[in-house]
Design a binder for this molecule. Structure first.
Ligand code: ADP
Ligand code: MG
Length: 698
């Protein structure tokens, strides 16, 4: 292999039609027009698009691509693509490779099978895709991938990218208004930056293939705790096993080719669990890249005879997987607005942005909670391994003390002996918190960014970022409205901060979020606690939230109602598949296996008694009795579950509650019996690889 100093840079972005390639291959004017379009959102002429399309095609052909596809993010949570070849017939009966501006800019995939929540009546099955020039095209598996938005005939968003782009624009607009208040006349654009840390499990393909539940649902529906779990804390940051090292190396290279800045990799808390973190980028690219990362993680695992599990809770009793959405705001002049800065003026500006986030998170706790709700994440949030289902903010001691001083106008205990005057005094040094000691907080300030830690590992990061962007845009717009006409800016700013801190400090919590006492305290503070997906989804249709999103043109009311339907339907389908899989496993594998083992036990008892009546067979008899009781119970619960599945309410919302309260509970009950049976059934008889075998095999 070539020396890494040139090998990696040559590899990096080699499959991306990026800024460098654009500059090299496009005529100057075209490049300029495209750059303006990418940076400032100025629409491209079709004549310019045609030149771009041609250059893209030539570049793609040189890299071996034969096809192109519009790549979009429908509400399924995964990406979608439909490939067309560049091929076009010519006069002599041959073929030439062509790609027009129109084909680059617009596509018309048959959309009838994507979830639309009733937005697209089936007679109007058409959906449209439109090129998103702000995210770079790339080549994968011999196709040119063009990132696109996806919308209906009536213009309603059918995807996760459209509202994300809308929310980024709106946030930029409001943030720039606020920057003007502080005398910043140069910043034209503010971009939310995002770095998503991604957790995952790697298991052996042979094990996976033997587990119907993993294949059908992505998680184990049964499985007793292994003798050794994660209690030794020996996996976190532990030395990587050779197979894992080989996988990660391959994965890095595949991601680098696509211009994804994969940076950090390490073992996580649970056995067989790992994490990958990229260097942050703008929220749109970060979101595209995270979708690609998840896809490639699975693909590369297959090459190594492993399976990458992205489910939020593949194994009960073992830590599940989440995603940390690191979020900050960056100006087009290269400044991070969540960096407290060094001068009193920078500090004051930072404090105002901080106040917007504090107020926004408090005002819209329900909305943030709802964006991370899913059947998979229901297993984690509030289960003492991930943040609780209650949203709160961690600021750290230093910043907390600063806010207290502002709130009360009291002496700040730092170096100054007077009360902290915003805009006049400098903030004390705020340490960059890179430790894990506050990992229990749903939303932690870590020195120059917020880390939203409630996301599930498998989910798209778009939803949470759409909400964050919009919420902060709303609060910034309120602040700008108030301060734009101020006669005494510093004093008005100070009193605004005071008001915000007073009214919203209930959302600030520095303690241990896993502690039950926090949940009780949070309730006293009036914070909301939505325990599961059906409860959380209401946020999509609350008056307050509809007002927020429609005011900023992120979603229409119809789009929000559609999203509510889609998410609940998705939840219902998942539980339904899980329930049917569980029944199948119990009836066709677990009960028959245990029955065979009971036969063996019975034969053994009988034959021993034949030798001598008084010979002890306590172990066999007692095990037999226990298994007989458990299998009886398991059978009946399974019957109950099957019956319950026959009476699912028609209404989506009612069905969701029913799936949660009735179906899921019965599944848990089944699991309790089955898992106990596993622990007393001879190894050779149990039909599935155990947790121990799966988790400690690589
Ligand atoms: P940790 O969370 O383990 O302390 P880091 O602070 O290095 O690790 O960063 C974690 C993630 O946060 C990385 O993906 C990193 O790129 C991202 N990140 C760092 N700075 C920013 C920022 N300004 N905006 C968004 N994400 C950021
Ligand atoms: Mg982190």
């Amino acid at each position: 292999m070539a020396e890494a100093s040139s090998y990696v840079p040559n590899l990096f972005g080699s499959m991306v039609f990026n800024e460098k390639v654009m500059k090299e291959r496009l005529p100057k004017d075209t490049y300029k027009a495209l750059k303006k379009c990418r940076d400032e959102g100025i629409p491209l002429d079709m004549s310019v698009a045609t030149i771009v399309a041609n250059a893209m095609k030539d570049w793609a052909l040189e890299k071996g691509a034969t096809h192109y596809t519009h790549w979009f993010q429908p509400m399924t949570g995964v990406t979608a693509e439909k490939h067309d070849s560049f091929i076009s017939p010519n006069d002599g009966g041959g073929a030439i490779m062509e790609f027009s501006g129109k084909e680059l800019v617009r596509g018309e995939p048959d959309a009838s099978s994507f979830p639309s929540g009733g937005l697209r009546a089936t007679f109007e099955a058409r959906g449209y895709t439109a090129w998103d020039p702000t995210s770079c095209a790339f080549i994968k598996d011999n196709s040119l991938y063009i990132p696109t938005v996806f919308f209906s005939y009536g213009g309603e968003a059918l995807d996760k990218k459209t509202p994300l782009l809308r929310s980024m624009d709106e946030l930029s607009k409001q943030a720039v208004r606020v920057l003007r208040l502080f005398g910043d006349t140069t910043t034209k654009k503010v971009t939310p930056t995002v770095g998503p840390e991604q957790e995952y499990f790697l298991i052996d393909k042979k094990m996976y293939d033997q587990r119907e539940d993993l294949i059908m649902t992505g998680r184990t529906l049964f499985g007793a705790k292994p003798p050794k779990g994660q209690e030794m804390d020996d996996h976190y940051y532990g030395a990587l096993k050779p197979r894992v090292t080989a996988y990660m190396k391959d994965l890095d290279e595949e991601l680098w080719k696509l211009g994804i800045l994969a940076k950090t990799k390490h073992n996580e808390v649970a056995p067989a669990q790992h994490e990958l973190a990229p260097i942050f980028g703008d929220a749109n690219t970060a979101s595209d890249h995270n979708q690609l990362t998840m896809e490639i993680m699975k693909k590369v695992a297959a090459k190594h005879n492993m399976v990458c599990l992205l489910h939020e809770k593949p194994f009960a009793g073992v830590n599940g997987s989440g995603k940390h959405d690191n979020w900050a705001l960056s100006t087009d002049t290269g400044k991070n607005l969540l960096d407290p800065g060094k001068t009193p003026r920078d500090n004051a500006q930072f404090l105002l942005f901080l106040a917007a986030i504090i107020k926004g998170v408090d005002d819209y706790q329900d909305m943030l909670r709802c964006t991370v709700a899913s059947a998979g994440n229901d297993h984690r949030l509030g289960a003492h391994e991930a943040p609780p289902a209650v949203v709160s903010i961690f600021l750290g001691d230093e910043l907390n003390a600063v806010l207290e001083s502002i709130e009360h106008g009291t002496t700040y205990k730092g170096k100054k002996q007077s009360a902290l005057e915003v805009g006049i005094d400098a903030l004390p040094h705020i340490p960059q918190d890179t430790t894990d000691r506050n990992r229990t907080s749903p939303m932690a300030f870590t020195g120059n960014k917020f880390e939203f830690r409630m996301l599930g590992s498998e989910q798209s990061i778009s939803g949470p970022n759409i909400a964050l962007n919009t919420i902060v845009a709303e609060e910034l717009s309120q602040f700008a409205d108030k301060l734009e006409n101020s006669k005494n800016f510093n004093a008005d700013l100070q009193s605004l901060l005071q008001q915000v801190i007073k009214a919203h400090k209930r959302i600030l919590f520095n303690g241990n979020g896993y502690d039950d006492s926090w949940i009780a305290e949070a309730e006293q503070r009036g914070l909301s606690n939505f325990k599961n997906t059906p409860e959380s989804m209401i946020a999509y249709i609350s008056k307050k939230n509809i007002k927020l999103f429609t005011k900023h043109n992120i979603y229409t009311e119809t789009e929000m109602k559609a999203r509510y339907e889609i998410h609940l339907e998705h939840y219902n389908k998942i539980i339904n598949i899980e329930a049917n899989t569980a029944i199948d496993m119990v009836k066709r594998s677990i009960l028959p296996a245990v029955s065979s083992f009971m036969d063996a036990l019975s034969s053994s008892i009988i034959s021993r008694r034949n030798v001598c009546k008084s010979i002890p067979c306590t172990a066999e008899t007692e095990t037999l009795k226990k298994l007989a009781t458990l299998s009886d119970k398991l059978y009946h619960t399974c019957e109950d579950l099957q019956k319950a599945l026959d009476s699912i309410p028609k209404n989506t919302q009612k069905a969701a509650y029913y799936y949660h309260d009735t179906i899921f509970s019965l599944m848990q009950e089944m699991r309790t019996s089955a898992d106990e049976m596993e622990t007393i059934t001879a190894r050779d008889y149990w039909p599935y690889p155990t947790y121990g075998e799966i988790l400690f095999n690589i």
